[in-house]
Design a protein around this ligand. Structure first.
Ligand SMILES: [Zn+2]
Length: 172
């Protein structure tokens, strides 16, 4: 396993649309292993492959509160098949937008279909933080970031801030 480097916005690679994988083989499982390790190390509760420069429909999630009780989920080719009408607000962040947060409305509950680590088809009904996290990661597969849900003004502010931080790092 290996720790991969997470791409931070603004970066064109984060806007790439991810492609479904044809088979959950050893190579794909290797990517999922690396993604999970990278996510835990960050630390974060969700990661999409495109954030580590691999535009494939792969997501890792673990919303369990402590690391003694890891409950990783691997979602391959996920598809949301149902949403609740009820919206919930949550202060959302992203490993690709370090230290940036914004309140965002999303459906409270989703049902998602996907292939798991063993290539088995699964259906999962999620609410709360898990639902939030899955929807956030699935946006990444479409080349969308959480700031794309905000007004142009708010988005611009956050992205400019990140660009400035990056320039400071480069010149330091
Ligand atoms: Zn994210």
């Amino acid at each position: 396993m290996a720790i991969l480097s997470i791409i931070t916005a603004p970066d064109r690679r984060l806007k790439v649309k991810s492609q479904p994988v044809e088979a959950v083989d050893e190579k794909i499982r290797g990517i999922l292993d690396d993604m999970l390790e990278t996510m835990y190390q960050a630390p974060g509760i969700g990661l999409s492959a495109v954030q580590v420069g691999i535009p494939k429909c792969l997501i890792t999630v673990d919303v369990s509160p402590d690391d003694e009780d890891n409950a990783p989920l691997y979602l391959v080719n996920p598809k949301i098949v149902a949403f609740s009408d009820e919206m919930e607000s949550y202060n959302e962040g992203c490993l690709s937008l370090p230290d940036q947060f914004a309140d965002l409305d999303r459906p409270g509950e989703v049902t998602v279909e996907y292939l798991d680590y063993d290539a088995q088809p699964q259906q999962l009904r999620a609410d709360g933080l898990l639902s939030r996290c899955i929807q956030h990661e699935m946006d990444h597969l479409k080349g969308r970031l959480f700031v794309d849900h905000l007004s142009a003004v708010k988005r611009g502010m956050i992205l400019r801030k990140l660009e400035k931080i990056r320039r400071q790092k480069v010149s330091a």
